[in-house]
Write a protein that binds this ligand. Structure first.
Ligand SMILES: [Zn+2]
Length: 393
């Protein structure tokens, strides 16, 4: 089955061979065949196809790649958010509130919440989504979280080392042994990645190394939460180990930035967190100027960033993080793909997946220029189109 998307006013391809960052083409058309991009060119020269979608001069972009989220949870923490906005500081320990609610929830409740949030993301243009565990923190609950996440995405991440649960408060070493032993064994069949919250109040450098090493031995690729609440060893560790991505990167020394440039590790910035915790925003400008690859992701979770919207993150990155609109859009598409080690998504080039967003706007610029406006008109996953209206149903 082939679909011709024609009369595209502005097509963002993210073609790495293009002269401009976004590989923008005007008056373009593309053909998706059997779920993959089969042809791109001028609308006037478009070949015939089984079906036709007329973009009527609007913008088409690669689907957003949200490389960082925590969707397997129960309950919410709206009261904690409210207290923070009233002046209380953010600390990592609030995670334990969600752990208690998640452990008490049935599979059906957790599954329904994941499906609800993935649908929300999709409606806002995210066609590839990573989902972490990390609110179970027992062998059975972590395996359950990953099993449920796997039903919605192949990009699942084992985050048993999210926080030391209350029952191990006096024995963090015992908890690390559990994570690297039986919990990893139960989680690994359902996970592609392993992650550690390497931060004061969570896990230190040595503990993070131990968890990542055990994960690598079990065939999982590593990523890290690091440098969110202050400078720390996490970013250097990610660079030293050549991890695919290190996420947050809010507080970076010059050495951290240099290490990221050297290693090629993607810096994933999560501005929804800074918005929701009133922390200072990281500088995307500083990383980009140093030649570091930057991704933008939602970090959707009930504690520190309960947004599922990459358009919102793009607007924040442009307004608060010194990024141009083109850089922010690139970071939310090709950057997210790089953070997941993927080249089949985050771009619209021949052979890539037919994952795209059709905006109710003539240009990608409107994503930051018109913040908070639902501009995503249609989303296609592997060429299957759904309008924002049917996505909501
Ligand atoms: Zn996170």
């Amino acid at each position: 089955m082939s679909i011709l998307v024609t009369d595209i006013g502005e097509l963002v391809t993210n073609d790495p061979a293009a002269d401009d960052l976004l590989g923008v083409r005007t008056d373009a058309a593309l053909v998706i065949e059997d779920g993959l991009v089969a042809w791109i060119g001028d609308a006037a020269a478009a070949p015939a196809a089984d079906e036709r979608v007329d973009a009527r001069g609007r913008a088409v972009l690669p689907g957003f790649v949200d490389s960082h989220s925590h969707l397997v949870f129960a309950g919410d923490r709206a009261a904690e958010f409210d207290a923070r906005m009233a002046g209380q500081p953010y600390a990592a320990g609030g995670i334990r509130t969600t752990v208690a609610a998640t452990r008490a929830a049935t599979d059906e409740v957790l599954r329904a919440n994941v499906v609800r949030l993935v649908t929300e993301m999709h409606r806002q243009g995210s066609t590839t989504v990573e989902i972490k565990s990390g609110y179970g923190l027992t062998v059975a609950d972590e395996a359950r979280a990953l099993r449920i996440a796997r039903e919605s995405t192949p990009e699942t991440t084992f985050l048993g080392a999210h926080v030391v649960p209350a029952e191990y408060a006096e024995d963090p070493a015992g908890y690390v042994a559990l994570v690297t032993g039986p919990m990893l064994a139960a989680a690994a069949p359902h996970a592609r990645w392993i992650d550690v919250f390497c931060e004061r109040g969570a896990f230190d450098d040595d503990q993070a190394r131990a968890v990542l090493a055990a994960g690598a031995a079990a065939g999982l690729r590593g990523r890290l939460h690091a440098n969110q609440l202050g400078e720390g060893p996490g970013v250097q560790l990610a660079a030293e180990l050549g991890l695919t991505a290190v996420d947050h990167c809010t507080y970076l020394s010059d050495l951290d930035v240099a290490a990221l440039r050297e290693s090629g590790t993607v810096a994933t910035l999560l501005p929804g967190v800074e918005f929701s915790t009133r922390q200072p925003y990281p500088s995307g400008r500083r990383l980009l100027d140093a030649g570091v690859t930057v991704a933008l992701a939602s970090d959707c979770n009930p504690g520190s960033s309960y947004t599922s919207s990459l358009p919102f993150c793009i607007a924040l990155a442009v307004r608060e993080m010194g990024m141009t609109t083109a850089e922010a859009v690139h970071a939310a598409t090709a950057g997210g793909a790089a953070a997941l080690g993927r080249t089949d998504v985050g771009r619209l080039t021949v052979g890539a997946r037919g994952d795209l967003v059709l905006l109710d706007a003539p240009s990608h610029r409107h994503l930051a220029y018109r913040p908070g406006v639902p501009l995503v008109a249609e989303v296609a996953s592997e060429g299957a189109f759904r309008t924002a209206r049917t996505l909501a149903e």
